[in-house]
Design a binder for this molecule. Sequence first.
Ligand code: AHR
Length: 343
Amino acid sequence: MRNIFVWAICCVAGACCMILPSCSKSDSARKVTVGFSQIGAESDWRSANTLSIKNEAKTRGVDLRFADAQQKQENQIKALRNFIDQKVDIIAFSPVVETGWQGVLEEIRASGIPVILTDRGVDVTDKSLFVTLISPDVIEEGRKAARWFVENTTGDLKVFELRGTPGSSPAIDRKQGFAEVITNHPRIKIIKSQDGNFERGKGKDVMEAFLKTPEGREFNALYAHNDDMALGAIQAMKEAGLKPGKDIKIVSIDAVKAAFHALIDGELNCTVECSPLLGPQLFDTVETVLAAKTLRRHGAKHKLIKPVVLDALKEDIFIKRIMVNEGVFDQSDARKLIDTRKY
Ligand code: AHR
């Protein structure tokens, strides 16, 4: 009995050594390979997210195959198929839009490679096509933005909404969260809503055009689905002689450093945090998924690892969503906090 127990321990330790780069002598011979398909570089948030993932892979000695999709779903699908051909250990990606993934996810499943989603969700009926989604509560971010308007303004608010990429989960969820809250506050109304693709340049162009419309002459609040679009819109407002932050109350999402500067300058009123620093959680999850896979393989073959050990590592106990905690910042705390910001 004692021998069986010792064998089981060795087996668990062996499995861990196969996946944790720090404990194997054959590190250089067999690195963990992760294929990551990134959306692009549309915002400061995205650049910080890419850096977090690349840095963490380097720290852990992971062979990261990184592909930039330049905001195109077809490029992401191509990259995912490429990762299957490369036989990577894990595929991770941040989906540019919610729909259209079922087919390629089924191809990945047939290849036996586990999938981890980061930052954005997919709309598929079969949730077992991916192991987990590492992301904040994005609907709640929309609610937080609306609550700032509710708690910090009086009188009628005519809101212009700058939406993120059409069909993307944050554009859908941030709209939904905001709408849920303002529905109980009839003084706050969205008078116009337009796409700005999460880009600073687009935010500026859209605001320039909007200011020339009848609604553009009567709005007094801006809700932007990310900081970059708000910053572009602020620029357009200043060029048109408006005082953003005063004439127009502005709330956006992400809490990037540039937004803190705008808060300090009095041109932005509030930014809701959405952390892009997902690298550590991504690679913790990669290690856990690979450990579970290895242990299951050994267990099935030898039937010697105690059932309790295997049960605890079954894939289906992975929560389908790993949440990230986030704050809300306005002009009252920006100066004090700016030096603590990591992105
Ligand atoms: O999916 C996260 C969103 O995508 C961020 O809010 C935005 O800045 C980014 O481009």
